[in-house]
Design a protein around this ligand. Structure first.
Ligand code: ATP
Ligand code: MG
Length: 424
């Protein structure tokens, strides 16, 4: 077996026990989005590489070193497995003129791909769900997106996820700030690491959220962007804070929370859990009013978030959350000439009536089949032998209740099974 092929590093299989939790989780998320008026979009996993270069920015971790990019040899174009879905969502909105009749609330979910060093909570294929509110200018949608996250954590029963909030102002305000920021970093250049030094001129705001303690120390004494903000920026930020307070959603202001690119503006936020170790951010979001124009569309505002499913599912598991598995109502046992065909058709009838039915497959005697029936977790075994076949009937044998078995006419079986399951 030593030459058996394994999964690609950093890419996980979700096996049935865990997939049940995922399925439940996805159902909760879909229902929650619907309650806030968000409608789903599905975009391809593959996009032109240029989309992400333009949308995420060339000087970012993602574009610099994390993208799965390859040349499609058949038509010699550079394609990339999506590392996130905001770019694709905005591309789709532009391509299909989604905003022609007004703003839209959209959501998505699915796998994303980033070539990172795999570790707990950090994978190369991972899953996100996210929302993009397109065409809304006011702080009320920023607040809505944040408040709905708070509601979701509550609904999922997750505690200890805290909110950090910041504003990065407008591109013009940041330009003035940026000059002072670069001056500050230059004065402390000896304390910066290679990454920070490289970004010092290309994307200095990203230096603020470096995870290197030495760099953090320099960032701590950096000029305060808040002092560079004009009236509109402040009004937006205060409006957002007012709505969060009204909704009783606590937050911490973190001036070092940033997105360094020109088409991001105003709100940035992160939801962080202390129960996940270093990979504690479960959700990040913000406003990107410049992105439509950046991608060649008519200018329109945008704000959204993306949340990491693996990290949230890990929190659910740690909180002891499991979902009951749907066990079969019935396990179909069949033995004797002609009984397989009879049982096979019967299974389809019962499933059409809404029952979960497992047909015994793979041969074996009556005893072995009954063992399988028991192990399946089914509530009853439905036994078809030559007698039953001849009589147009089935024997219904309870597997979990102290009730006698009974012979039931095939015609009324679906109904009888329903009644039986209700009674016991
Ligand atoms: P980090 O600082 O942890 O790398 P990020 O800023 O790259 O996060 P975003 O691009 O904002 O993350 O993605 C939103 C969310 O998606 C994150 O908060 C996290 O929950 C999840 N996420 C991002 N990258 C990964 C990954 N490689 N594996 C698992 N989840 C991830
Ligand atoms: Mg990252």
């Amino acid at each position: 077996m030593s030459d058996a092929i394994q999964a690609v590093r950093g890419m996980n299989d979700v096996l049935p026990d865990e997939a049940e939790l995922w399925l439940w989780f996805e159902g909760v998320v879909a229902d929650w989005f619907a309650r806030y008026g968000y409608r789903q979009v599905r975009t391809p996993l593959l996009e032109h590489t240029g989309l992400f270069r333009r949308a995420i920015g060339a000087v970012t971790d993602i574009v610099e070193k994390e993208m799965y990019t390859f040349t499609d040899a058949l038509n010699d174009e550079s394609l990339t497995l999506r590392p996130e879905a905001t770019a694709s969502t905005v591309r789709a909105a532009i391509e299909h003129s989604l905003l022609y009749d007004g703003p839209k609330r959209l959501w998505y979910q699915g796998p994303m791909y980033r070539h990172e060093r795999p570790q707990k909570g950090r994978y190369r294929e991972f899953h996100q769900f996210g929302a993009e509110a397109l065409g809304f200018d006011g702080p009320e949608v920023d607040a809505e997106l944040i408040v709905m996250c708070a509601a979701l954590w509550k609904e999922l029963g997750l505690e200890g996820i805290r909110l950090e909030l910041n504003t990065i102002g407008s591109p013009q305000e940041r330009a003035a700030y940026r000059a002072d920021l670069v001056r500050h970093f230059e004065a402390n250049e000896a304390k910066l690491d290679a990454d920070a030094r490289r970004r010092l001129h290309s994307n200095p705001m990203r230096v603020l959220d470096s995870k290197n303690p030495a760099v953090q120390e320099v960032a701590a004494t950096a000029p305060d962007l808040m002092k560079y903000l004009g009236e509109a920026s402040l009004a937006h930020f205060l409006g957002l804070q007012r709505l969060l307070k009204a909704a009783a959603v606590p937050f911490t202001l973190n001036p070092r929370l940033v997105r360094g690119l020109d088409y991001y503006n105003f709100t940035v936020f992160e939801w962080i859990s202390d129960r996940l170790g270093a990979q504690g951010t479960v959700c990040g979001g913000g406003r990107y009013d410049g992105l439509f124009a950046q991608l060649g569309g008519k200018p329109a505002s945008g704000v959204g978030f993306a949340a990491g499913v693996e990290r949230l599912v890990a929190l659910l598991r740690d909180a002891g959350r499991s979902v009951p598995r749907r066990l079969p109502d019935a396990y179909l046992v069949h033995q004797g000439e002609g009984t397989l065909d009879y049982a096979f058709a019967l299974g389809e009838e019962l499933r059409a009536a809404g029952h979960a039915v497992v047909l015994h497959a793979g041969g074996g005697g009556f005893k072995a089949q009954m063992k399988k029936a028991d192990a399946s977790g089914a509530r009853v075994a439905l036994i078809v032998g030559e007698d039953e076949l001849g009589a147009g009937a089935v024997t219904l044998k309870p597997l979990r209740d102290a009730r006698p078995q009974a012979r039931v006419a095939r015609a009324g079986l679906a109904r009888q099974l329903k009644d039986f399951l209700k009674e016991s």
